[in-house]
Design a binder for this molecule. Sequence first.
Ligand SMILES: O=C(O)CCC(=O)C(=O)O
Length: 209
Amino acid sequence: MEQLIGGEIYSNPIQHARLKLPESRAVRDDKGDILQGATQWHQDNGVALPEADDTDMITVWLPLWDAPIESGCLEVIPRSHRDGIIDHCPLGAAGFGIPDKLVEKQQAVSLPMARGDVLLLHRRTCHSSLSNLSKRVRWSFDLRYNSTDQPSGRDAFPGFIARSRAHPKTELHDATVWKNSWLAARAKLSGDAEAQTFNRWDGSREVCA
Ligand SMILES: O=C(O)CCC(=O)C(=O)O
């Protein structure tokens, strides 16, 4: 990461540990839609607030177990990062995503990965993931990093300084401090509906109709 964005690195709060269950055992919402199933096409910049549009945020996706096509690996549209931010729309249980008519799916490349592989994504690369049709849980991390002096795009959540060549003492190495910052954020946000708005899309774009 330091080779890409320099020695002042912020661990962006938009990050997930994902346990994607086999579709046959998936948890469904009250409409029957699968929770934590296939991920809709999106750009990570598109699901951050506009303040992150000009940052150098990079996504790091890594599987903790092998992630072949049948267990729901990622798909990307090569070179899509050159096209700017594409409109996203509300898509029910799947959250927000780019509507099918705006995705050049014929260009999509599936990226089966083995444990220990790592995928780096530009913040505007259009990507999705497939359904887990295997019998195993697909277990992965998606982490994001940006330069420390830039907004995270979701500042209501806590991040931390992962590396500082200029001020090494500001790096966070204590997992308990990290955990407590999330507990504090949860306590604060649970009583503040406005602060819970993490996206820029309200579904009013024509393309969402
Ligand atoms: O892990 C997945 O299935 C989706 C990950 C993703 O879309 C992301 O990290 O932005």
